[in-house]
Design a protein around this ligand. Structure first.
Ligand code: F6R
Length: 601
């Protein structure tokens, strides 16, 4: 996820403060960085790649980068690859305005078309660049840049945190909507950042901005208004975390932070892709993909579980589909269907097995599509088509938010490619509500009681059926990889064919049961079987069926569409795994023997 820092006041060495802030935001992940200092004119320096490149460029300038105020940015690509030109800050043609932005401007294409028609030249492929051009155009009409800034915000839709500076004006203009932004109140300086660690070295006094707030900061103070200029009060608070939690926003681990980031990650992934009025899905980057006769998925680990779910979605839409473990696909004679599509699901876009399978498929003449999180990754570069899940960087080795984003993106994929799919309107509503529903699970979960009761058990089993089968597999994978305890996931109907021999009163069974259909009823039958053998049962359920009657504990999720229930159930299982690993004092963010990206076969 991109990082923003701004700094204004009476101190010196503005550029150093901003660059140090960017260093501290490195953990968010980035592929380019930049800085703008403003005085009578605006000086911008930016560079693709690591921050050292930006520092080297600044150091090699004949005149030092100076100015009493400035903004900086680390960019994680969403629109356009990581290049110098696409790095932030972005400016207008006359270099009067510089802007940094996190998030996505949904209506940027329309705005860009209008600006280009009016004669404005763009220098990047980003959605962000419309902002400085709009801001500059309003500066010619408004005597106060603050009014021009507000008019700019009226034009843009999407999720964003924005900071801007104007040549000859000693203020920073900032706003947020669905993307974090916080002010830091120092002794002789004010700071602005997407995360507190960026200025923690200078102050612990912070003001968290709300969505829709516009903050205008000058060297001696700040004021916050709504977008229409109505003043609002935002009180300050004192950050108490220790330095070693820096980068985790107060969470003990990146994994927990990323679990809690899921509502934001999903909003970002859905932004501009759902039309609630017409109840339809439109994913621009998939416009050139032909509706396939059949679909094959290739993936590994957590992404394979997402692929299983994706294949079920396509089958439900009437398209033959199958998920392959990528290592088996590359070495086996998997037939490529005529007019078929081979989809690689890979968070990193660098998993060796998945890349091999995709190359194998391409070699056999198949159309390939990468569903990935990393812009410019190998999978993104090599496949014919790309669907970005837009989850933001994931630091914890165990995939959490990216799995949820993958399932969500796969729903978009199937709706885009099988436009006659039934129930699209209900699905669109459920997807729109999903971030809020996940927040509810995060706020109301009762996993602590479950973990307290079952820590020390011999083994842990996870069962589910249909869309919840991949969730059972994923629940078990997450659990084993970070707790180091024995955990297995099964298709609920498979229990009687062997695994039931393992079930005892020392093996809690997590049963995911949502809805009231045939699958739910059959899974409840399997729950009764394990209960009869003395196993404790934890039901993960939306409460629609009577599974709770047979369960020792219930982990509740809100009622939703059958296709979004897996995301909610999975969040409960992520929290179970996390809390258990925390209880057992495991190395949660870096489990033993595991790496974030597996680049060898
Ligand atoms: C488990 C996990 C791994 C990855 C797998 C594929 O928490 O993260 O199982 O899912 O290594 O990685 P990507 O998605 O990068 O291809």
């Amino acid at each position: 996820m991109c990082g923003i820092i701004g700094c204004i006041g009476h101190g010196e060495k503005t550029a150093e403060v901003i660059l140090d802030g960017l260093d501290t935001l490195e953990y968010r992940g980035y592929d380019s960085a930049g800085i703008a200092l403003a005085g009578d004119a605006i000086d911008v320096e930016k560079a693709e790649g690591r921050l050292e490149r930006l520092r080297d460029r600044i150091a090699s300038q004949s005149t030092p980068l100076t100015g009493p105020l400035g903004i900086g940015h680390t960019r994680w690509s969403t629109h356009g690859p990581p290049t110098d030109a696409n790095a932030h800050p972005h400016t207008d043609e006359a270099n009067r305005v510089a802007v940094v932005h996190n998030g996505i401007i949904e209506n940027y294409q329309t705005l860009r078309d209008d600006l280009e028609a009016a004669g404005v030249s763009f220098t990047s492929e980003t959605d962000t660049e419309v902002v400085p051009h709009l801001f500059a155009s309003y500066l010619t009409e408004e005597s106060d840049p603050a009014a021009a800034f507000r008019r700019t915000l009226e034009d843009i839709d999407g999720s964003y945190a924005i900071a801007a500076v104007v040549a000859g004006d000693d203020r920073i203009f900032a706003t947020r909507n669905d993307s974090p932004l916080v002010l830091g109140l120092g002794d002789d300086r004010y700071y602005l950042a997407s995360d507190v660690p960026a200025f923690l070295e200078y102050t612990r006094e912070v003001v968290y901005l709300n969505d829709g707030d516009v903050a205008i900061i000058d060297p001696d103070g700040y004021h916050v208004t709504q977008q229409d200029g109505t003043p609002v009060e935002r009180s300050s608070s004192t950050v108490t975390w220790s330095a070693d939690q820096t980068g985790k926003s107060g969470y003990d681990h990146f994994m927990l932070k990323e679990i809690h980031e899921q509502p934001t990650a999903l909003r970002q992934g859905l932004s501009g892709r759902l039309d609630e009025l017409s109840g339809t899905v439109t994913v621009e980057e998939l416009a050139a993909v032909q509706p396939p006769e059949a679909v094959q998925f290739v993936a590994r680990g957590t992404s394979y579980h997402a692929a299983l779910y994706g294949s079920e979605l396509f089958r439900a839409a009437g398209v033959p589909a199958q998920a392959f473990l990528a290592s088996e696909y590359a070495t086996g004679p998997a037939p490529v269907p005529d007019d078929g599509l081979v989809v690689g699901v890979t968070q990193s876009g660098e998993t060796a097995d998945t890349l091999s399978a995709l190359r194998e498929a391409a070699g056999r003449g198949a159309d390939t599509l990468a569903v990935t999180n990393v812009v410019g990754s190998t999978a993104a570069r090599e496949c014919d088509h790309i669907l970005y899940i837009r989850s933001g960087p994931e630091i914890g080795v165990a995939a959490t938010k990216t799995f949820t984003s993958q399932l969500t993106a796969l729903n978009l994929l199937v709706e885009e490619l099988t436009p006659n799919a039934r129930e699209m309107r209900d699905l669109v509503t459920a997807l729109r509500d999903l971030p809020g529903d996940i927040q509810q699970v995060l706020d109301e979960t009762t996993v602590d009681a479950v973990v307290d009761e079952y820590v020390g058990s011999e083994a842990f089993f996870f069962i589910g059926r249909g869309y919840q089968y991949p969730v059972a597999l994923e629940g078990a994978l997450k659990f084993k990889e970070i707790t180091y305890e024995h955990a297995e996931g099964f298709a609920a109907g498979e229990l009687k064919h062997g695994p039931l021999a393992l079930v005892t009163d020392q093996t809690p069974v997590f049963a995911v049961v949502t809805g009231t259909d045939e699958r739910a009823r059959k899974t409840i039958g399997n729950v009764k079987e394990v209960e009869a053998r003395g196993a404790p049962v934890v039901a993960v359920t939306d409460g629609q069926s009577d599974v709770a009657r047979y369960a020792d504990h219930v982990l509740e999720i809100p009622e939703t569409h059958p296709r979004t229930a897996p995301m909610l159930a999975n969040v409960q299982l992520q929290l179970v795994a996390y809390r258990m690993a925390s209880e057992l004092e495991r190395a949660i963010d870096k489990p033993r023997n595991l790496a974030k990206s597996v680049t060898v076969e």
